[in-house]
Design a protein. Structure first.
Ligand code: ZN
Ligand code: ZN
Length: 369
């Protein structure tokens, strides 16, 4: 069949929106007609090559749509089912999946190369050229084929735009609080980096009952958003003095939890150094391959401080993502407020320009417009 997709042909070059051919779903795969796709910093990182995928790649890793065809052996979804997409296609069979940790499914690093289906092939093509699916998803396309394990069914109203957002930053941010850190009520929390993910860490901290939520960023506009989403204090880190400021806001005690949602060594170090006794630093930001951190070693035993990583909010995507949609429907999770602008697929380069200039919180591509 034919589809129109946003393609990264060459790093650092404009994305090309064009017609491609798409093979139907094979064993364990489904064909999804996309309704909404979020424009995330990770998409742009594929354009720049920071997140490496072979060229050419169909972009898009957070989206929602309707299943229009299922391949052989698919049992968990039917044609007509509304689904949100997970950017990790957990295999369900490896050691990590079977011990209940699908967000670190071993197929991410053991299986087929990134951007291909589990069998190592791709479904997008034009003539003899094959196109990778970003994160085995590739949802910046009218239609895409994904593993059955990457689609999470949802019922009720057709809230595709909101469901699309849950698939990335919302699950990552809220999950880091409730699943990875297990923040207790009454805790003090600092969040370094209040972009799409950090804002959702703040939402998670509010839900968990944290009483002090300190947002740290270098951008005053983003700190303003952080306040709207529940931060109780803000710290501008432009001068790199976030640790001192956070200590001052906690009577020199330090925070119980510090979340780093940027992926830079300097801010990861700050997250650890602003912890109080018994504190935990959670690294969510994805740093470059060669980035290294240097931490005061004595602070580990003295005060039993910990530092841990969090991938995709340590989530069980099949359970957690529909629950987040329920929280939204119960007015306990803000999703509409996250969307700053809608785009058509043809406006993808404009969406990336807005993203780069830090305009707005989240752009979402709508396919029906
Ligand atoms: Zn994303
Ligand atoms: Zn697995």
């Amino acid at each position: 069949m034919k589809t129109v997709a946003a393609v990264m042909y060459e790093h650092h070059q404009p994305v090309v929106v064009e017609e491609l051919d798409l093979d139907g779903p094979r064993d364990g795969e489904v064909l999804v007609e996309m309704k909404a796709a979020g424009v995330c910093h990770s998409d742009y990182s594929v354009v720049t090559g920071t997140i490496f995928h072979d060229e050419p790649t169909v972009l898009g890793h957070e989206g929602a749509g309707i299943v229009v065809e299922v391949g052989p052996g698919v049992r968990s979804v039917k044609v007509g089912q509304r689904v949100m997409l997970a950017f990790i296609s957990a295999c369900g069979k490896c050691f990590q999946c079977t011990r209940g940790r699908p967000s670190i499914c071993e197929m991410q690093w053991k299986g087929a190369p990134p951007g291909t289906m589990f069998d190592g092939s791709c479904r997008f093509y034009k003539g003899r050229q094959r196109f990778c699916h970003m994160s085995r998803v590739g949802c910046m396309s009218q239609y895409t084929v994904v593993s059955e394990n990457a689609v999470i069914p949802f019922d009720g109203a057709a809230q595709f735009e909101q469901a699309a957002l849950i698939g990335c930053s919302v699950m990552t941010g809220v999950g880091a609080v409730v699943n990875t850190a297990k923040v207790e009520f009454g805790s003090s929390v600092a969040v370094i980096g209040t972009g799409g993910t950090g804002i959702n860490v703040i939402q998670g901290a509010v839900m968990a009952g944290a009483t002090k939520i300190i947002a740290v960023d270098i951008n005053d506009e983003r700190l303003g958003w952080a306040t709207q989403f529940g931060a109780t204090h803000t710290v501008n880190n432009r001068d790199g003095e976030a640790v001192e400021r956070v200590l001052a806001l906690t009577q020199s005690v330090g925070v119980d939890y510090a979340f780093e949602a940027i992926g830079k060594s300097a801010t990861i170090e700050q997250a650890f150094r602003m912890l109080g006794f018994g504190g935990t630093a959670v690294v969510i930001g994805i740093a470059g391959k060669h980035e290294k951190v240097s931490l005061p070693a004595v602070m580990f035993p003295a005060g039993e401080r910990r530092i841990v990583g969090s991938m995709y909010g340590s989530s069980q995507m099949c359970n957690d993502m529909p629950r987040l949609l329920e929280l939204y429907r119960a007015n306990r999770l803000k999703l509409d407020e996250l969307v700053s602008r809608n785009y058509k697929l043809s406006q993808i380069n404009e969406a990336f320009e807005d993203l780069k200039s830090g305009q707005g919180m989240r752009g979402v591509i709508l396919f029906d417009d």
